[in-house]
Design a protein around this ligand. Structure first.
Ligand code: HEM
Length: 164
């Protein structure tokens, strides 16, 4: 008598095939690429994995700039004084990525103003950008991005003034 000769055996065989399928092809996280005006509602997908954690530490604009993804270095960026490890988003922030200009830098102003312009980035030997001239809506926009980074990436340090 064969395995699927009776309805019960046929159902059992289907169940086993389904079970094996779930193990071999586990369901993947859903990816959404809808862009809306609210950054928190726009990007709902999460990285599959982050690189091993790094110790929370203090960065200055100069030390942060070393983490720009060149030579395989981990990619960090700062927003509102908080430093995030965005290595898992290397396709965005790595060399040649759409947002590679923010790698190793304080991205606050560019995020607030939704701009990649060169003058959005404070030179690394200058004092920190105090962001005092931002409008309420720019601050709101920056805070939206901050929440986005908090939800998606590793908060790994704080950005303070250069020491020299
Ligand atoms: C031409 C205009 C733009 C287009 C078409 C665009 C498109 C996109 C797309 C398709 C994504 C990926 C969403 C996903 O994979 O779920 C994304 C993510 C993102 N965009 Fe833009 N974008 C534009 C302008 C900007 C600007 C001006 C900024 C800020 C200066 C910006 C900052 C970001 C950031 C931070 C992310 C999230 C990347 C991550 O997941 O880490 N985008 N954008």
């Amino acid at each position: 008598m064969g395995l699927v000769d009776t309805p019960v055996n046929a159902l059992l065989a289907l169940y086993i095939v389904y079970g094996i399928g779930k193990v071999v092809f586990p369901s993947l996280p859903k990816k959404s690429a809808t862009v809306t005006s609210d950054p928190n509602e726009s990007y709902t997908w999460m990285p599959r994995a982050h690189p091993p954690t790094i110790v929370f530490q203090t960065f200055t604009p100069k030390t942060l700039s070393e983490h720009n993804g060149q030579n395989g270095a981990r990619i960090l960026l700062a927003i509102k004084g908080m430093v995030f490890d965005v290595t898992a988003g290397g396709s965005f922030y790595g060399p040649g990525g759409a947002y590679g200009n923010f790698a190793g830098r304080d991205a606050s102003r560019g995020m607030a103003k939704q701009s990649f312009e060169e003058d959005m980035l404070t030179p690394i030997d200058q004092p920190l950008d105090k962001l005092e001239d931002l409008t309420p809506s720019e601050i709101e926009n920056m805070n939206g991005w901050l929440e986005f980074f908090q939800g998606k990436y590793i908060y790994c340090g704080e950005l303070v003034e250069n020491t020299d």
